[in-house]
Ligand binder design. Sequence first.
Ligand code: ARG
Length: 565
Amino acid sequence: MINFKEEVINLIEAEVDSLSREEIDALIEIPPSYDMGDYAFPVFKLARAFRKAPNIIAKELSDKFGEVEYFQKIENAGPYLNFFINKEKLANTTLEAIKNEGEMYGSSSMGEGKTVIVEFSSPNIAKPFHIGHIRTTVIGNSLYKIYKFLGFDTVAINHLGDYGTQFGMLISAYKKWGDREIIEKDPINELLKLYVRFNKEMETQEDLREEARYWFKELENKNEEALELWTWIREISLKEFNKVYDMLGIKFDSFKGESYYSDRMPKIIEELREKDLLKESDGAFIVELGDDMPPALIMKNDGSTLYATRDIAAADYRKERYDFYKNIYVVGSQQILHFKQWMKVVELMGHDWIKDCVHIPFGMVSLEDGTLSTRKGKVVFLEDVLKTATQKTLDIIEERNPNLEDKEKVSKQLGIGAVIFQELFNQRIKDYVFSWDKTLSFEGETGPYVQYTHARTNSILEKGGFKIQDEVDYSLLKSEEEINIIRLLYGFPDTIIDSMEKDEPFFITRHLVEIAKAFNKFYNACPIIIEDEELKKARMSLTYSVKIVLKTGLSLLGIEAPERM
Ligand code: ARG
């Protein structure tokens, strides 16, 4: 594919000795509107070398360029050089690339030989998998897909919260009041009840605290009874979580949770001691982190380890096992300090690979009443959100298109897609309020709108009997509506790279909305299935290209693209 920006650099480089390619590249801007060209180059930096006023330099350069291959004109506007891409070349290179690469359009081999770990979701076992977990799950899955598409070797890890003193409580509680059969029927709710009851009784019965501590210690010592109960609790919880992952179409490469690293803890403690980093404080062991951070808690006085220690051991393991290029943690912004602390500890240990570990924080989701719970104080299970989304979508389809084939399947694709799309619509760090009306609207900037546009392209292609053609005269695509779409399609691969570099799937989400809007404008302005065979061929090719890019983009977000809806 022609890289027009590179061509701008080539032209300037040939005339200007005082700037390197990199410097030229950094100066090139995208003008706010296409009337000012596709690229702009401010010449201020050349004033010294040219010994002239910027306006004059720009004028002289634009005259010098004369007729060039890739640009229909190069003009100066005051001190700026504005480059206008040759539209025919733009259409040709873009639509041919999409025709040849199909759903791989926008992919790359830039990540070849580099392993990227994306850790996401990571719920705590025996606890509800609730709406608060949706963001890490959906953002992480999208990042995983984006890195993969760009050629990285990717590993999706679910760092399950399957360890810690709370399991001492659960085991004690189960031994007192638990009933296996009742729990198996509704694991998470029943385990939660046990946990809540234990916590409550602990307020008045001091010895329960001791008992819980004892059972967690026993678990760390691999006591058979403790281990058996813990394994069972982990299994039934994971089964519940997997229901949600299945609904979302998410697959993990590893479910190694916190517990996995317990055997590696002594190694870490040993290393911290050797490097003289471990200090005793009130019977516990800490690592001091200087003035701007509270110390990291590494080990309690009874020898049991803590959340941060398990993160250190896990990172150490991952470096050994995967030799990662990048190790990403998609975890809410409430844990920023936690990540800073344990990463600082690893830095003090002298492991320079810690610079490749990145915490990717995100803001909170809340319901419209400002909480994460319903009014009755019940947490909102993620599974119920996805089921509700599916049901609400089915109701809409029943009303609008009752004869649609595969209604149930399509409702799932749309309902769940709508929820994912909303999650990925804004910069991840922003807090946001979950709203059913906004999420499920078929108009405006929503998942169903983009999916609907995709289905529309499909029905046009079917109606017009579309076949991939050897020869298409793309120069026929010259209306503003057509060119606007082509520009957006051309920019799609760069948007994927931006999303990867900034770990922000929302760039893709927004780009898809723009393509869908541009396509619908085109659809209203330009008839596609027409008498004029050549123009029809060209417009069908454009429609096909839109279909491909929408489908690829949605799949990078973790959203399906039904053919009909
Ligand atoms: N289980 C934790 C929670 O639910 C999230 C784990 C985040 N990942 C990590 N490596 N600490 O809050």
